[in-house]
Design a protein around this ligand. Structure first.
Ligand SMILES: [Ca+2]
Ligand SMILES: [Ca+2]
Length: 448
C-alpha cells in the first residue's frame, strides 16, 4: 500500500479580497484620515495579505503530508521574521467542495488589526498502489456498533456497488472511500468459457443462463466436448463457473508449470491435500510444508490449521473450499501468510487480544458473500465478489474492536502474491484518489 502525494502546480488562482479591502481602505481614508495613516494602512494590508498567504501555504503543507485528510481543520499561527519580528497572525481553514472534487483554503492574515483574506483552490491527486484492502463486487456494509466496538481499518474501501458506513467506522487512507473504482472481477477461467480444459472444444450455452447442460451439448452434437469439460461432479451434468473453479485448482494450478512452487501441489482428486466432504481444522492439523489444501466441501477453521505458536520459519499456505469457509479467531505468527478462498461464502469471528490475532498476514477471496463479525486484529486483504459485511455487533469494551491493517508483503513483486488467489485478484492496483463518486473528474492534489 502506497499513498503517494504527487505535488505539482499549474496555476495559482488566488481569489483575494485584498483588492476589495484596499478599495475600502481608500474609502475610509476619504473620510478624513491623514496621509500617514493612509500609508500605514496600505502597508498593513499588504503585509496582512502575505501573512494570509503564508498561512495558506502552511495549511497546504500540513494537508499534503497527511496520510488521510481530515477536513475543516483550522490552524492559527503567527508569522515571525528570522530576526523575531512579529509580522502578524493568521487563521487558515481547509474546506472541501465535494461537488467539484476540490477543496480550498481560506486564510486570513491580521496585521495591526487590518485584515486580508486569501482563498486558494486545490484539488486531489493521490494515487493508491497495492492490493485491495477491503473490496467487494456487491454492496459493502461497515457497522461499528459503538465506541466500545469500533471498526478501524486501512482503506481505501472499494466496491463495485455501494459502501454503507454505520456507527463508529474509521477508515484511514480512505476517508473518502465511497467510490466506485473499476475493481476487476476475478475469474477461474484459463480458457474460453465452457471450455474448462482449454482444448478449444466446447459446447455453447445456447440459452445464456450461465450453464451448459448435457441437453444443450447433445443438441449441438458436442457430447464428447461436454464430457471432457464436465469435470466437477460429473453427475451434476452441467458445466458452469463452479466447474471452472474446480478445474482451475485441481488441474491447472496443481500443475508444476502453473504455480510458483514449480511442483505438484497434491490437490488433484486422490492427491494428499485434496479433501472431499466438509472439513474442520485446528492448530497442528496440517504439516508446515503444505502449500495448499483443496476441500470439496465446507471448511471450518479454529484459529489456524498449522502450528503457529512455535518458532521456525514463517508459514505461507492456502486453503480452498468449494463450499463455505469459516474461521474463528484467525491467528498466526509474524511473517506467516494464510490465504483463504471459498466458492461459497466466507465468515470470520473473533475478539481482540484473544491469541493475538493475525500477527502475520491473511488474504481472503470469496466468490460469495463475506462477513466479519465481532472483533479482532488482522493484516488483511479481503475481496468478496458478493456482499461484504463487517459488523462488530458486540459491545464488549476493547474486545470487539475490528482493526484491519493491510497485508505487509509488497505485492508488486509477483512472488509475494499468495498462491491460490484467483486470476485478476486485485493484488496490485493503482488509481487516482477521488473525494467523490465521479470518475469523470480527474483528481488532483495540487493547486488549480
Ligand atoms: Ca474443452
Ligand atoms: Ca444453458
Amino acid at each position: 500500500m502506497r499513498m503517494a502525494a504527487r505535488k505539482g502546480f499549474i496555476i495559482i488562482i488566488v481569489v483575494a479580497s485584498l483588492a476589495v479591502l484596499m478599495l475600502m481602505a481608500w474609502a475610509i481614508i476619504d473620510f478624513g484620515c491623514g496621509e500617514i495613516l493612509n500609508t500605514k494602512m496600505r502597508s498593513d494590508l499588504v503585509s496582512a495579505y502575505y501573512v494570509a498567504g503564508s498561512g495558506a501555504e502552511y495549511m497546504y503543507a500540513q494537508l499534503a503530508t497527511q496520510d488521510a485528510v481530515y477536513w475543516n481543520p483550522t490552524f492559527n499561527g503567527t508569522l515571525i521574521t528570522p530576526d523575531n519580528v512579529v509580522l502578524g497572525t493568521y487563521t487558515a481553514t481547509a474546506i472541501p467542495n465535494f461537488a467539484t472534487n476540490t477543496f480550498y483554503i481560506v486564510a486570513t492574515g491580521v496585521v495591526n488589526t487590518h485584515r486580508a483574506t486569501v482563498v486558494v483552490s486545490y484539488g486531489f491527486l493521490e494515487n493508491y498502489h497495492g492490493p485491495v484492502s477491503v473490496g467487494s463486487g456487491g454492496p459493502m456494509v461497515l457497522t461499528g456498533a459503538s465506541q466500545a466496538a469500533q471498526i478501524k481499518m486501512d482503506g481505501p474501501a472499494m466496491s463495485n456497488s455501494t459502501i454503507t458506513s454505520n456507527g463508529d467506522v474509521n477508515i484511514s487512507n480512505g476517508s473518502f472511500s465511497n467510490i466506485v473504482p473499476p475493481l476487476p472481477t476475478p475469474t477461474f477461467w484459463t480458457g474460453q468459457k465452457f471450455d474448462t480444459n482449454n482444448d478449444g472444444s466446447f459446447a455453447v450455452d445456447t440459452n445464456s443462463d450461465g450453464v451448459v447442460t448435457r441437453a444443450e451439448a447433445l443438441a449441438q452434437g458436442k457430447e464428447a466436448a461436454f464430457d471432457a469439460d464436465n469435470v466437477y461432479q460429473p453427475s451434476r451434468n452441467q458445466i458452469d463457473d463452479k466447474t471452472a473453479f474446480y478445474h482451475y485448482y485441481t488441474t491447472y494450478l496443481n500443475d508444476p508449470a502453473n504455480n510458483k512452487y514449480h511442483q505438484d501441489l497434491g490437490i488433484t482428486p486422490g492427491g494428499s491435500y485434496h479433501y472431499t466432504g466438509n472439513q474442520s481444522f485446528k492448530p497442528g492439523d496440517i504439516p508446515a510444508n503444505v502449500h495448499i489444501i483443496f476441500v470439496d466441501g465446507n471448511v471450518t477453521i479454529d484459529q489456524n490449521d498449522q502450528e503457529w505458536k512455535g518458532g521456525g520459519t514463517a508459514l505461507a499456505h492456502t486453503i480452498i473450499a468449494t463450499g463455505t469457509l469459516s474461521i474463528t479467531q484467525p491467528t498466526n505468527r509474524p511473517g506467516d501468510m494464510l490465504t483463504l478462498v471459498s466458492y461459497g461464502d466466507f465468515y470470520s469471528t473473533g475478539q481482540m487480544g484473544n491469541q493475538g490475532g493475525t500477527i502475520g498476514d491473511m488474504a481472503v477471496y470469496t466468490n460469495g458473500n463475506a462477513t466479519l463479525e465481532h472483533g479482532g486484529k488482522m493484516h488483511l486483504s479481503i475481496y468478496a465478489l458478493g456482499t461484504l459485511t463487517i459488523d462488530t455487533i458486540g459491545t464488549e469494551q476493547g474486545k470487539d474492536h475490528r482493526m484491519l491493517t493491510l497485508v505487509t508483503p509488497d505485492w508488486t513483486d509477483p512472488n509475494n502474491i499468495p498462491v491460490g488467489l484467483p486470476l485478476q485478484y486485485p493484488a496490485y492496483i493503482s488509481y487516482g484518489f477521488l473525494i467523490k463518486s465521479d470518475s469523470s473528474q480527474k483528481p488532483r492534489w495540487q493547486r488549480i
